[in-house]
Write a protein that binds this ligand. Sequence first.
Ligand SMILES: [Zn+2]
Length: 264
Amino acid sequence: MQPEKLTITPLAAFQDNYIWCLTKPDSDALVVVDPGDADVVLQFARTTKRQLSSILVTHHHWDHTDGIAALKQHWPNTQIIGPDYEAERIPSLTQTVHDGDIVQLEEFDLQFQVLHLPGHTLGHIAYYQSSVDGAPLLFCGDTLFSAGCGRLFEGSPEQMHQSLQRLMALPNETLIYCTHEYTLANLAFARAVEPDNQAVIAHLTKCQQLRDNQLPTLPSKLATEKAINPFLRCHLPDLQRKYTSSSEQAVFTALRSDKDRFKS
Ligand SMILES: [Zn+2]
């Protein structure tokens, strides 16, 4: 028998966050990633008649964790999984994990591999699932965004570059579930960096239409990111010429600091 299909729904929170909700039609379980806001999760659980069973946390920032306490109050038996390196800064974790660990979601018979991706924060992790209905999934928090990457609040450019290199090695069809709707602003920067990149221009048109219709531009796909995301393109001659360096790391560092100053 075919396993029932996993559905992944984005809940919009705050200005531009998404809380990703995992459900299956044959189960009343609900798994959420980075619930910064409890109210939208409670509302979703009510309307879909689901009970929260697990929370996955990628890093300690408030917009990814502030909803945990209220959700735990509502569902005291929820398992709450997060990075061991940031355990002191994330209240209520019931399980801490680090690079290479396997997270079991018994409720969906699913396994995620934990990847430690320092850069945005030092303990930042992602959850990777290699085979749901053929398409691998990545919940990468604030590490990789569509057409961009997270700001370096705690880590160095070297750490973030290394973390993104690890993600580059995942299969091209991997679906990228990041936690912010930053795509249009990121694409404006990508276009300024590579004005002749037709993939960037085409993606900008597509995403503009989605946003005009209040639809998310996510998830993205790793293959798409390799074509449009300047932070994944530091090895290419065009970018190395622009930044007059043949060092991928130097190009990455220059890009990150340009992006921090960029105004579209
Ligand atoms: Zn963050």
